[in-house]
Design a protein around this ligand. Structure first.
Ligand code: CP
Length: 315
């Protein structure tokens, strides 16, 4: 089935992805040109899980485009608390809004929502599965700050099992030539096998490491992630994993001068705050780039008839 949704960025062609990046850069250069681009349009943000950046940057993006927003950030304040099904909620909201951005703790929910919405649906995170608009923020940062999306040696570090941003990023960067990956995690929080399969299918080189200090020396990009406390079966399991990988000045001293540090945020304590002033620390800028990426995405989904995205349920 083909439809105008964004469920998984990696099912898009690199030409389509590059089109979003180009659009985001145009908006960045001249934001005032777009302030009436979505006059009269409504974005619904349905967040069944907490968020700061994704929800607010989508809301800001729509407001900056001249549109308006509706939605909830606590489903218990909606009729979900009375037992309303996803199908019914989405069917109704699809009548009110022109586009829906949804985050949900269950994998595959955004894909399911896209079956009922009748308007474009954007996956803002489905459980530990995917987070495509975070990947947009990540690759716009790479494009602007490294000047390329290929020939990169990328270290991803932390909770590679539950970190949906990591899965989306690896799947997307695997589409570009000559990227290689260093997967830095404990054995328990290794990247899922289906992601490894994708790397192998795309002919990408990858290494598995259990030492950030060793892996950091030859990276172009270090992508740090939080240990996802909310996805652990017990507090004890979480306590055993937290603080295993912490990027501090001592480790950063071993990195290349032009390596960049990314993090989808929120940070807990996996990057010490004294690194924030290092010019390589780009995680706050990355969040700014994300807003422009979301403006570009809204515009393309609402206004560009050529911009179709294959809507496979999920991989
Ligand atoms: N990166 C990200 O998804 O942040 P939020 O959870 O604050 O939206």
């Amino acid at each position: 089935m083909f439809d105008k949704n964004l469920i998984d960025l990696s099912v898009m062609s690199t030409e389509q992805i590059d089109k979003i990046i180009r659009k985001a850069k145009k908006i960045m250069q001249s934001p005032a040109d777009y302030r009436h681009a979505c006059d009269g349009k409504i974005l619904a943000t349905l967040f069944y899980e907490p968020s700061t950046r994704t929800q607010m940057s989508f809301q800001t993006a729509m407001l900056k485009l001249g549109g308006r927003t509706i939605g909830f950030d606590n489903p218990m304040n909606s009729s979900v608390s009375k037992g309303e099904s996803l199908k019914d909620t989405i069917t109704i909201v699809g009548e009110y809004a022109d586009i829906i951005a949804i985050r949900h703790p269950v994998e595959g929910t955004a894909a399911a929502a896209s079956l009922y919405a009748g308007v474009p649906v954007i996956n803002c995170g489905d459980g530990g599965h995917l987070h495509p608009t975070q990947t947009l923020a990540d690759i716009i940062t790479l494009s602007c700050e490294k000047g390329r999306l290929d020939n990169l040696r990328v270290g991803v570090c932390g909770d590679l099992l539950n970190g949906r941003t990591v899965h989306s990023l690896i799947k997307t960067l695997a589409k570009y030539p000559n990227n290689s990956f260093v997967l830095i995690s404990t054995k328990e929080l290794s990247v899922p096998l289906y992601v490894i399969d994708i790397l192998e299918k795309n002919g990408c080189k990858y290494e598995i490491s259990h030492s950030l200090a060793d892996a950091i020396t030859d990276l172009d990009v270090l992508y740090m992630t939080r240990i996802q406390r909310e996805r652990f079966a017990s507090e004890e399991d979480y306590q055993a994993q937290k603080n295993v990988f912490v990027l501090d000045k001592e480790k950063l001293d071993k990195a290349k001068e032009n390596m960049i540090i990314l993090h989808p945020l929120p940070r807990v304590n996996e990057i010490t705050v004294d690194i924030d002033d290092d010019p390589r620390a780009l995680y706050f800028k990355q969040a700014q780039y994300g807003m422009y990426g979301r403006m570009a995405l809204i515009l393309l989904l609402l206004q560009d008839d050529e911009f179709f995205v294959e809507n496979r349920p999920f991989v």
